[in-house]
Every structure is written in structure tokens, then in C-alpha cells.
Design a protein around this ligand. Structure first.
Ligand code: HEC
Ligand code: HEC
Length: 489
């Protein structure tokens, strides 16, 4: 008797045969038994709910509410060459472009509503306004056909001066010039830095925007509180190899790249990836000039002084005693600082992601494995005239100290007391709605962000090595609890 198969059955056999061939052909041997399905350890990702930040501190009186609103408006306003003095060189045209997600004051960009792909506004602006006169640096991506992919907003610093590796640079080199923008008709001949050469020679490092939610609370932490926290659990910290120091002087080399010869008041600087800046006002003044090319009463000199390229006399921004409305008397930099000072801290979630119990377990494991020796869960502000900043808890998850993070994170830039491999413990509040991590935004994956803390080889080890090893030693469910906790912040 011959076996007869119907046509469909024969087709089925051919498919099974082909599938077997494919399976045999692949270089990995087919497992004999299929292992039980495993739950994969993973970063739960950005908490895509309503923004958990962006409002003012609760209960401000009506005058402070006005001040917050005026600051928010100025922080959100795009600036122009003629009216505002934008440029001659700049990284973007508004504070909010770089501090946008999950709401005004955050980092940038974030996932968009319909399409989860983050579009870098530095790319969008170039495409719409500068594509004929400026070259798009290869490290700014918005999924252009010629340059596919996505990048966070970036600021570029050169490690050493061009053509001489022995002379440190460290300064921010602006991405664009105003050539081609309205108001800059007489400005010709300004050149962008040779970014592609710097990329080839590995002479360029990146910084992404840090969020400014709750920044007024950070500003109001007394130095003694930082120092007392540094001395707490000293034995335990030592056994982890954790020391850390405060960044005491003002930046010895500011982001203008020029040596800062000003005296300083000797108090602890705390803002920026290397805790290089003292206050929100100083940061606002510096950002206005460095990121947007708008000189002001704190940083009154233009970074690029070509006469034909000045939209406005320097300083571009100033106080206006001729105005009647107090909000119009204030300079822009004072408004920026006030807005940031009055921004509420991010609101953590009690049960997302992973549920209340998992988050609580993660919170306690964060201490067990030593993360909290650097990422100090809480400080308390000192006395303040503003009731919302007076003697208030600050759940920032940072000791505000700088630590040696080893060769994997080192960027070779010194700022104040912070050397090339030292960084401020990044505050973790708001982490659940952050898209990019670490000073250069090298990853969007929390697990990788943790791994990058560890640099075991060489003499110059990261202070976080033992803590990261202990994290890896946890059972998988516990690691997931810790990740859930981080994304609840
Ligand atoms: C081109 C993008 C860009 C623009 C525009 C920009 N920033 Fe930033 N901002 C950054 C980057 C990058 C950092 C981190 C810099 C560092 O520490 O090296 C930062 C950090 C800050 C910080 C420090 C916060 C902290 O806790 O460390 C403050 C404050 C700040 N910016 C305020 C402003 C203000 C005010 C404006 C508008 C005048 C502004 N920024 C415009 C990119 C930008
Ligand atoms: C020795 C001090 C130290 C220890 C211990 C430490 N961290 Fe950090 N952490 C830092 C510093 C410094 C940074 C910023 C590094 C950079 O950007 O280059 C950072 C950054 C981070 C970031 C990225 C935040 C951001 O804004 O991009 C996460 C997430 C993080 N740490 C989680 C952890 C976890 C989880 C642990 C414990 C397993 C831990 N850290 C242990 C010092 C530490």
C-alpha cells in the first residue's frame, strides 16, 4: 500500500522539512528541551502618564505666582537676532528647547505622543532655518535620511585645543552661527568649529541638559548639611570605596573655556554635571550667553565679537529701571532664575511601574546595595524667606558631591575641583520620566546606566564598583524591584 497525501498535507511536509533545514543550518545548536519561559529583567521605560513635574511650588502668594509666570514666559520664549541679541554663535534659541520634557524645565527631547520617537529640536531648527548656511554636526540627529538615528539635545565640549593635545580646552563650542537668519544679513564669514575633525580625533565630548525641577530646594540646602551627610556612615562608605568631595571653588575653567580669575566665596557649588556652578542665577547667566549667545549682566561680554554680527549692543539683556511694572524691570536672567527656583520637585508614583510592594522593596534594596551612599535620599533646606523653601524636605537622591566614576564615564574635562573622571552624583528625582541617562546621554536604558558606573580595570577604579557588583548579585526579581523603584521616581 502506498501512502497518499492530499495536496495540503504535502505542502505542510515541505514547510516542516524546510523549517528543519533552517533550524539545522543555523550555527547555534537547537536546544533539546525548551527551557521554562523566563521573565526578562528590564527597564520598565518612561512612565508615559501625565507629566509629574512642571508646576510651581504649591501655595505661592500672588506676587510670587506672578514672578513664576513671568519666568515661565521668558524661559519658553524663542529669541531673535535683532530683538534679543541671539548669537552670533549658539546651540539653541530658547531655554525650553533644551529643557522640555516631561514639561517646561526638564531635559530634551522626550517621546512624542503619537510617535514615540524623540525629535531633537536642534535638528528641526537647523532643517527649517540653517540648512543652507550651517553644516549639521554628525552627532545631532533627527532621523534625517543622510544622517539617520535619534540623539538627545547635546552641547559639545572640546577636551584639548585644536592641534595641541597638551593644552586643555574644556569649553563649550557652539553648534551653529546666525549666518542666514533674519537680522544677520550683514554677518558673513563666521565659521562653525570643525566638529567632524574633533569627532575623528575623539576630541569632543557631550553633555545633555539636566532637569531643573525642584532646583530652588537644592539651592537652599545649607553647606553644613552637605558636609554632615558626607561624614555620615563613613565606615560603611569606606568599605565600599566611596569617598567623594564637594566642588568648592567656582569653576576654574568656566564653560566659556576661559580661566575664571574671579575670586570666590568658598561655598559649595552644586549645579551641573560636575557641580561646577554655584547658583541658579549664575547658571542662568552662563546658559544665556553660552547656549544662546545672549550676553547679560552676569556674563556681559559677547563670546564672539565680530561687529557685523551683533544684533544688539552688549550686554544684550539688562535690568529696566525705566519700566513701571516690576515684572518688566527685571532682567531676563533674574526671571529665569526665579522660575527655576519656584518650580516644584517631580512627584514620584506610589505604584507605577510594578505596584506598591515592588517599589517599596526596590527602595530598600537601593540602600542595601550601597546606591544610597552617593544617591542620598533626602536633605532638608535651611531657613528661607519664601515659606515653600523654608525647612522643607528635598528628596533629590544625591549627596551633591563629586565622585571618581572611573575611565568608562570619564570625559577628560576639569571644572573647578572636579577632574576629568569626576561627576556630581546625579539627582535621581524625576528619573521615571527621563528619556536619556548619564552626562552625555549615552543610553536610554537604566540597566546600562547602572553598568556604566562600573570600571573595574586599571588603577583608576570607579567609586561605584562595589555597589554595582552587589546590584548584579541580587536575585532577578529583586533587581526588577530596584528598577521599578527608580522608574517610580
Ligand atoms: C542647547 C541646549 C540648552 C539650552 C538652550 C539651555 N540649556 Fe540649560 N543645560 C543644558 C545642558 C547641556 C546642561 C548641563 C550642562 C553641564 O552641566 O555641563 C544644562 C544645565 C542647566 C542647569 C543646571 C541644572 C542642574 O541642576 O544641574 C540650569 C540651571 C540650566 N541649564 C538653565 C538654563 C536656562 C535658564 C536656559 C536659558 C537661558 C538654558 N538652561 C538653556 C543645555 C541647554
Ligand atoms: C560612587 C557614587 C555612586 C554610587 C555608589 C552610585 N551612583 Fe549612580 N551616579 C553617580 C554619578 C556620579 C552619576 C553621574 C555619572 C555621569 O553622568 O557620568 C550617577 C548616575 C546615575 C544614574 C543616571 C542618572 C541621570 O541623571 O542620567 C542612575 C540611573 C544611577 N546613577 C543609578 C544608580 C544605582 C541604581 C546605583 C546602585 C546600584 C548607583 N547609581 C550607585 C554616582 C553613584
Amino acid at each position: 500500500m502506498t501512502l497518499e497525501f492530499s495536496f495540503p498535507m504535502r505542502v505542510l511536509f515541505v514547510i516542516i522539512f524546510a523549517a528543519t533545514l533552517v533550524a539545522c543550518d543555523s550555527s547555534t545548536p537547537t536546544p533539546i528541551k525548551t527551557p521554562p519561559p523566563e521573565v526578562k529583567l528590564q527597564d520598565p521605560g518612561v512612565r508615559l502618564v501625565e507629566p509629574a513635574a512642571g508646576n510651581s511650588l504649591p501655595g505661592l502668594d500672588s506676587n510670587f505666582q506672578k514672578l513664576f509666570a513671568a519666568g515661565l514666559e521668558e524661559f519658553s520664549k524663542p529669541d531673535l537676532v535683532k530683538d534679543d541679541g541671539l548669537g552670533p554663535t549658539f546651540n539653541f534659541i530658547s531655554c525650553v528647547g533644551c529643557h522640555a520634557y516631561p514639561s517646561v524645565g526638564g531635559s530634551s527631547p522626550g517621546p512624542t505622543k503619537n510617535n514615540s520617537k524623540p525629535i531633537n529640536p536642534q535638528y528641526t531648527f537647523w532643517k527649517a532655518n540653517l540648512s543652507k548656511t550651517n553644516q549639521l554636526p554628525s552627532f545631532i540627529k533627527g532621523d534625517d535620511l543622510a544622517n539617520p538615528g535619534f540623539t538627545p539635545v547635546r552641547e559639545a565640549r572640546f577636551v584639548h585645543v585644536e592641534n595641541d593635545q597638551t593644552i586643555p580646552d574644556g569649553g563649550v563650542h557652539a553648534l551653529y552661527t546666525i549666518v542666514g537668519l533674519p537680522g544677520a544679513e550683514n554677518c558673513t564669514g563666521l565659521k562653525q568649529p570643525d566638529f567632524e575633525k574633533a569627532v575623528r580625533e575623539k576630541n569632543v565630548i557631550f553633555r545633555i541638559p539636566t532637569p531643573v525641577f525642584g532646583a530652588g530646594l537644592i539651592e537652599q540646602i545649607p553647606d553644613t548639611a552637605i558636609e554632615e551627610n558626607q561624614k555620615r556612615q563613613l565606615k560603611e562608605k569606606e568599605s565600599y570605596g566611596i569617598s567623594g568631595k564637594s566642588n568648592i571653588t567656582m569653576s576654574g575653567r568656566t564653560s566659556t573655556g576661559l580661566p575664571n580669575r574671579n575670586g570666590n566665596d568658598g561655598t559649595i557649588a552644586r549645579f551641573g554635571w560636575k557641580a561646577q556652578n554655584k547658583s541658579l542665577l549664575v547658571f542662568a547667566g552662563e546658559a544665556y550667553n553660552v547656549e544662546m549667545g545672549i550676553s547679560n549682566e552676569l556674563f556681559p561680554t559677547e563670546r564672539e565679537e565680530t561687529p557685523a554680527c551683533q544684533g544688539k549692543p552688549a550686554p544684550n539683556d539688562r535690568t529696566h529701571p525705566e519700566k513701571a511694572d516690576p515684572m518688566e524691570v527685571l532682567s531676563d536672567v533674574e526671571k529665569f532664575a526665579a522660575f527655576m527656583r519656584l518650580l516644584a520637585p517631580p512627584e514620584p508614583s506610589k505604584d507605577m511601574p510594578g505596584g506598591f510592594a515592588s517599589i517599596e522593596k526596590g527602595k530598600s534594596l537601593f540602600k542595601t546595595v550601597g546606591c544610597a551612599y552617593c544617591h542620598t535620599p533626602q536633605f532638608t533646606t535651611g531657613k528661607s524667606d519664601i515659606p515653600q523653601l523654608d525647612n522643607k524636605p528635598v528628596n533629590l537622591y544625591s549627596d551633591l558631591l563629586i565622585h571618581n566614576m572611573g575611565p568608562k564615564l570619564a570625559d577628560g574635562i576639569s571644572q573647578g575641583q572636579a577632574t576629568g573622571d569626576e561627576f556630581r552624583t546625579a539627582p535621581l528625582w524625576g528619573l521615571g520620566q527621563r528619556m536619556w541617562f548619564l552626562h552625555d546621554g549615552r543610553t536610554s536604558d537604566l540597566l546600562q546606566a547602572i553598568d556604566e558606573h562600573e570600571s573595574s580595570t586599571g588603577l583608576n577604579q570607579s567609586e561605584a564598583n562595589k555597589s554595582v557588583e552587589e546590584f548584579h548579585g541580587l536575585p532577578k526579581e529583586s533587581k526588577q524591584d530596584l528598577l521599578n523603584f527608580l522608574r517610580s521616581l
